[in-house]
Design a protein around this ligand. Structure first.
Ligand code: HAM
Length: 423
């Protein structure tokens, strides 16, 4: 009998691998622009790390882990996420004694025994960042700004950023009790899952996808009304940090996330057109995590993105790997000069491409539009003889002439200004 890849796993074939490389590169570069450095942790850890870190009552730990005994009878788990492993490494290598905050990023496969469907796999890939050692709401804002910058660079649109504050050990236990008292009399109207979890993990009932649960809890006590003044103030500053950076968000009182370690800020990004699995990323603050993993009381914040879902969204929105500049060659005899200009632009750290298929200038312009180039630079006889280039802003269709000698030096400024104008 033919052996196939296990259910929920798949091969990345060479045609697809180029897209993966492009995306992984973009993620790493963006994170390093924000001062994050790479960490690589093992694919498997002691099961206890996730039980303690992610939380024994979470769906991930109670239902979805790939756990097995190794030959020495230790309980081992294939990592279902990356945050707990980073916390372990942070403690194990004594980073809390050094300069804080410590800012890390990671990328790699994660494993969850979930029911496979479009956008949901048993082996999937995450890119995540974690920042340990600061309680500042502006660091929460920074990680969200970094996440949104990634989407912007991927050319992703139609995103919805949801934010909330899930409180802290001072205010959440009171809210929990309040919610249990609210849910108890209506428990029979809840779905099977929620009937089982409303006493252990009542907050999860809030973001249950089941319509009957959402109907049943219509008048639920708002989480926002139960936050202590510290949590309210913290959340206000996160929002101020986002607003100051032009990041739009939707306050979502029902956003509680599926991992138990969150305190204060929680957020998630959705691409609604992806359907049932629309969350392409999520994260938040986890001030108690390092401590429950056996370290000192050090706060942290971060997020993780699902690479499969991001690639689906990129494909859906027909975003090829977007380039900043497309060089349009007006006549075939100027190919060498066009290639030289393209190379110079690339060497200046700006992405650029050109035509190698003998397309007419008109067809090249159409192509540049299709691949969502931001600027087109034309090169032909006139340009070469007269020492300027014709530049076309592909968004506004505005066309102007730019001095050949200073154009490349000015490109970062032109592209940056364009970004600002487009918000
Ligand atoms: P999470 O929300 O469980 O958070 O996962 C983050 C992202 O991973 C999801 O938004 C989704 O895009 C992707 N993902 C999760 N499960 C699957 C799956 N079965 N198949 C495909 N993609 C999936 C965390 O894992 C936290 N560690 C995030 C974090 C980092 N919080 C703070 N720091």
């Amino acid at each position: 009998m033919q052996i196939k890849a296990p259910r929920g796993t798949y091969d990345i074939l060479p045609d697809q691998a180029a897209k993966w490389q492009w995306m992984e590169e973009l993620l790493k570069l963006t994170a390093s622009d924000f001062g994050y450095r790479e960490i690589r942790t093992p694919i498997f850890e002691h099961t206890e790390l996730f039980e303690r870190g992610v939380g024994a009552t979470s769906d991930i730990v109670s239902k979805e882990m790939y756990t097995f005994r190794d030959k020495a009878d230790r309980s081992i788990t294939l990592r279902p996420e990356g945050t707990a492993s980073c916390a372990r490494a942070f403690i194990e290598h004594g980073f809390y004694n050094g300069l804080l905050p410590v800012k890390w990023y990671y990328s790699g496969p994660m494993f969850r025994y979930d029911r496979p469907q479009t956008g949901r796999f048993r082996q999937f890939h995450q890119f995540g960042v974690e920042a340990f050692g600061s309680d500042s709401p502006f660091l929460d804002a920074e990680v969200i700004i970094l996440m949104m910058e990634i989407f912007q660079r991927l050319g992703l649109q139609e995103l919805q950023l949801h934010t909330n504050s899930v409180g802290c050990p001072v205010c959440r236990p009171q809210y929990r009790e309040k919610l249990i008292s609210y849910l108890t009399p209506i428990k029979d109207e809840l779905c099977q899952d929620c009937q089982q979890r409303y006493l252990v993990n009542p907050l999860r009932v809030l973001d249950c996808k089941n319509r009957s649960c959402q109907e049943a809890i219509k008048g639920y006590p708002l989480l926002a009304d139960s936050l202590c003044s510290d949590c309210t103030g913290h959340y206000q500053q996160v929002r101020a940090g986002l607003a100051a950076n032009g990041i739009e968000f939707i306050h979502d009182d029902k956003l509680v996330r599926g991992l138990d370690y969150y305190t204060n800020t929680a957020f998630e990004v959705h691409v609604p057109s992806l359907g049932a699995q629309s969350a392409i990323g999520g994260g938040g603050r986890y001030n108690g995590l390092v401590k429950v993993c056996g370290g000192p009381d050090v706060p942290g914040t971060g997020f993780a993105l699902g690479l499969e879902r991001m690639l689906l969204a990129v494909d859906q929105q027909q975003n090829q790997m977007p380039v900043d500049v497309f060089v349009i060659v007006m006549e075939n005899r100027f190919m060498a000069q066009a290639l030289q200009l393209t190379t110079e632009i690339r060497r200046a750290g700006i992405s650029a491409d050109m035509d190698y298929n003998n397309r007419s200038p008109r067809a090249q312009m159409k192509y540049a539009d299709k691949i969502k180039a931001r600027l087109a630079i034309m090169i032909g006889e006139e340009e070469i003889n007269q020492g300027y280039y014709s530049v076309r802003d592909m968004h506004s269709s505005e066309q102007y002439q730019a001095d050949r000698d200073s154009l490349i030096a000015n490109l970062p400024g032109i592209l940056f200004k364009k970004e600002e104008e487009q918000g």
